[in-house]
Structures are given as structure tokens and as C-alpha cells.
Design a protein around this ligand. Structure first.
Ligand code: SF4
Ligand code: SF4
Length: 146
């Protein structure tokens, strides 16, 4: 039987930290639509800009502004939230995969890195979460050629 390489445990660790949730144009439009506001309002109220990239803002507790006992905008969340933990580094480097196991209890060490990569690539392709435009899409996403 093939083991599941990842299953979210809803611990919230990946929703904590500043500037990590980069939003592409597609992400901004989808999230604004989900919230029923304009992209301008989304950017004004809920985002911040660093090094020319726009990301979701964080509250005083260091969590994403939309984190409330889980993701408060789940259907509208950005691609990078959908892609975690199948980020580029964790797919191409088994050491990174080992290191994230302390941070993300959803990653199953028993499945092994090769299976994590296989299931991750499949998931990213199925969910249309590959990096198509290096200029705007988050670096954490993998391209089909990586
Ligand atoms: S860190 Fe992992 S287990 Fe925790 S909420 Fe994020 S994806 Fe789920
Ligand atoms: S949008 Fe949702 S999943 Fe993404 S960081 Fe914020 S609360 Fe977490």
C-alpha cells in the first residue's frame, strides 16, 4: 500500500511569519473575488510590499491576517498556501524535506522523500500550481522542468 506523503494536521505553523505569502496577480484577483472586495481594497487593507513583491499582511500575533483557527479564506487562498509543503526546495532536496518535518507535522516521514516528490509533483500538476511566470509567480513553486 502506498503511504500518503502529506496530510494537513491543521497546526497553523505555515500561516505564521511575515512576508511569506506572496500573491501573484491571479492570487489577488481570486482572493478579492472571494472576499467580495476590489483588488485595490485587498491590497490596501490586507497586503504588504517587500522587495517589489506583494504578500499577505500579518496581525500582531505574527499570523496571517486571515488565520483564525484555520484558514479564514480557504477557497480563495493564494497558490503558495495551496502548494505547501510541496515547495521547490523540499522537492529537490531531501535534507529540506527532513528539516520541515519538525515544522509541519502533516509531512509523513514514513512515506520517504521519493514518494513525497512523486505525490507532490502529481498534486501540483493536478491543481495547476506550477510556476509559469518567473517574474510574478512565487519562487517557492516548481516549474514543470525543475
Ligand atoms: S504546518 Fe503542515 S500540518 Fe500545520 S497547518 Fe501547515 S500544512 Fe497543515
Ligand atoms: S491565506 Fe489561509 S492558508 Fe494562507 S497563510 Fe493565510 S490563513 Fe494560512
Amino acid at each position: 500500500m502506498t503511504l500518503k506523503a502529506f496530510e494537513c494536521r491543521m497546526c497553523g505553523h505555515c500561516c505564521h511569519g511575515e512576508g511569506g505569502i506572496i500573491m501573484s496577480e491571479k492570487d489577488r484577483q481570486r482572493l478579492a473575488l472571494h472576499l467580495g472586495i476590489s483588488v485595490e481594497e485587498l491590497l490596501e487593507k490586507y497586503s504588504e510590499e517587500r522587495n517589489g513583491k506583494i504578500s499577505l499582511g500579518t496581525g500582531d500575533d505574527g499570523y496571517c491576517v486571515f488565520f483564525k483557527d484555520g484558514c479564514g479564506v480557504h477557497p480563495g487562498r493564494p497558490d503558495i498556501c495551496r502548494a505547501w509543503p510541496f515547495f521547490r526546495g523540499n522537492l529537490i532536496d531531501s535534507m529540506s524535506w527532513e528539516m520541515i518535518q519538525e515544522y509541519c507535522p502533516g509531512v509523513n516521514p514514513e512515506a520517504g522523500h521519493a514518494e513525497f516528490v512523486r505525490q507532490g509533483r502529481q498534486y501540483l500538476r493536478d491543481e495547476n500550481l506550477l510556476r509559469y511566470d518567473p517574474a510574478t509567480d512565487p519562487n517557492a513553486l516548481i516549474t514543470d522542468e525543475d
